[in-house]
Design a protein around this ligand. Sequence first.
Ligand SMILES: C[S@@+](CC[C@H](N)C(=O)[O-])C[C@H]1O[C@@H](n2cnc3c(N)ncnc32)[C@H](O)[C@@H]1O
Length: 351
Amino acid sequence: MDRDRVKAFADKVFADMAGTMTAGMGYIGVKTGLFRAMAGKGSMRLDDVVRESGLTARYVEEWLKGMTCAKYLDYDAASETYRLPDEHAFLLASDDTDHFMGGLFVMAPVLLRVAPDIAAAFVGGGGVPFEKFGADGVIGLDLMNRGQYEQRLAGYWLQALPDTRARLEAGGRALDVGCGAGRVCLALAKNFPAATIVGLDPDRESIRQAEAAAAEAGVSGRVSFVAATTGSLDAADGFDLITACDCIHDFAAPERTLEEIHGLLKPHGTLFIIEPKAADRLEDNFNPIGTMFYGFSIFHCMTQSLARGGPGLGTCLGPARTEALVRSAGFQNFERLDIKSPTNLFYAARP
Ligand SMILES: C[S@@+](CC[C@H](N)C(=O)[O-])C[C@H]1O[C@@H](n2cnc3c(N)ncnc32)[C@H](O)[C@@H]1O
């Protein structure tokens, strides 16, 4: 046995557990507003942070020390002050923007609290159904994605589909399949005021949150949500655009659902797909995002599909399997769109 390798690997195990604890402390930073309380304030003493955040001093003290060890905060020993660098605040105290990364931390406890159920499923099969992740799960997914949907979908990503944009501007029809908390629908409603927008998701809690978000945004009259799967929609109405954002790999019956989506598109319609940015070959996913995605898969995406008797395609579906699935559902045209993102892949499919 190579003793140096044992030592190096022990360091890695400590680093990985430290990462898990950092995610937990990151969750606290987002949920309690600590990151926002420190953003743009420069160097702060403990009592400054306590005053700005309104939180309990002893907890804040331990969090400041832990986040300093994790290199999220700068520390000046001489003045005993802590500072959240502007570059870190840009990513963690920037809720509702397309560069906010704090939503990842909000998902951490949602995912890990089902770990005992997942361990049982490794033994006995089955999985954890989507509903079991609860309202927090829907909120976490929303926080991970909403800034990008609000700020990039209509103005940037859909620029890749000029014909579709023109149809929506003229009053076309769009459907978001697996709409979750409804942000894609709200972005479409805001940017295409003449269009009819429908959001569909079998999860009732997601639809409840989507309807509340639409009411808050003042677009309830122009967006409707339905707690159902695509089989329940009337194909006669037809859609110019169907979006499937971060959900094809979650489907319990992906072939059938994609066939139903195919049937719901108008002849000139487009299916716009967003999937996690995973490579087809395992060896091309050897990076932190690959590790994170396999964790998301085990603790969420794959298990909730297996729980419903689905194939459990998993988060790392990858381009080749996505294309094969979509083509086997009857789509004649499949194209990977040239849209840059560290975490997403984009495709357009046409009947
Ligand atoms: C990872 S979430 C993504 C939610 C949202 N699109 C987003 O990007 O934030 C996947 C969503 O797909 C939904 N879903 C699962 N199976 C579905 C099906 N057969 N038809 C429509 N939606 C489905 C889930 O309920 C869940 O809301």
